[in-house]
Design a protein around this ligand. Structure first.
Ligand SMILES: [Cu+2]
Length: 167
C-alpha cells in the first residue's frame, strides 16, 4: 500500500486528471484511489505465500509447477516403511527394477535415530538414507537398481534388517 501511495504523486498529470475525473463521478474519491492498489498487492501475496515459488509467479503459473514437481519422482512408486520400537514394520519390501523409487520412511521412535540403507547381494551399499531422529518422516529417493535381492537395514541398528526384492 505504501508503494501504491507513492506511485500516485509520480503519476503523470494527465493520469491524475483521468483519476480525478473518474473519482469525481463516485461518491468516495479517495476510495477509488485506493481501489487499484489491492489487485497490485494481491499478486505478490500468493507468490510469497507459496515458498516453492520464490520468483514472481502468478497463480496461473502454479499449475505448471506441479508437472515439474511430479517429474522429480519418476514412476511415483512409493514404498512405505515404518520404524517403531527399534524394528521395521516390514521384513520384506519389493521394488521395480531399473527405475528410481521412493521410500517413505517413518521413524516413530521419539528421539531415536534411524535410517534405511540398502546393500546388494555382495554386501555393497547401494543406497544410504539420511539418519534422523523420530518422530519424523523422510522421503528417500532411491536410484534405479538392477533386479536382484537386496538387504535393507538401519545403519544405526544392525538388528533392523529386511529383504528388498527388486524385479
Ligand atoms: Cu535404527
Amino acid at each position: 500500500m505504501h508503494i501504491a501511495r507513492s506511485l500516485v504523486p509520480l503519476a503523470p498529470i494527465a493520469g491524475l486528471a483521468v483519476l480525478l475525473a473518474a473519482c469525481s463521478g463516485s461518491t468516495a474519491g479517495p476510495g477509488w484511489t485506493y481501489a487499484p492498489p489491492p489487485p497490485a498487492t494481491a499478486t505478490p501475496a500468493p507468490a510469497s505465500s507459496s515458498p516453492a515459488a520464490p520468483s514472481a509467479a502468478p497463480s496461473a503459473v502454479t499449475p505448471g509447477e506441479s508437472p515439474a514437481a511430479s517429474a522429480g519422482q519418476p514412476g511415483g512408486i512409493v514404498l512405505k516403511l515404518v520404524a517403531q520400537n527399534i524394528q521395521f514394520d516390514q521384513a520384506e519390501l519389493e521394488a521395480p527394477a531399473n527405475q528410481p523409487f521412493t521410500i517413505e520412511f517413518s521413524n516413530q521412535d521419539a528421539g531415536l535415530p534411524h535410517n534405511v540403507a540398502i546393500k546388494d547381494a555382495a554386501g555393497m551399499e547401494v543406497f544410504k538414507g539420511e539418519i534422523f531422529n523420530g518422530v519424523d518422516t523422510r522421503q528417500y529417493q532411491v536410484p534405479a537398481l538392477p533386479a536382484g535381492t537386496y538387504t535393507f537395514m538401519c545403519t544405526v541398528h544392525p538388528n533392523m534388517t529386511g529383504t528388498l526384492t527388486v524385479k
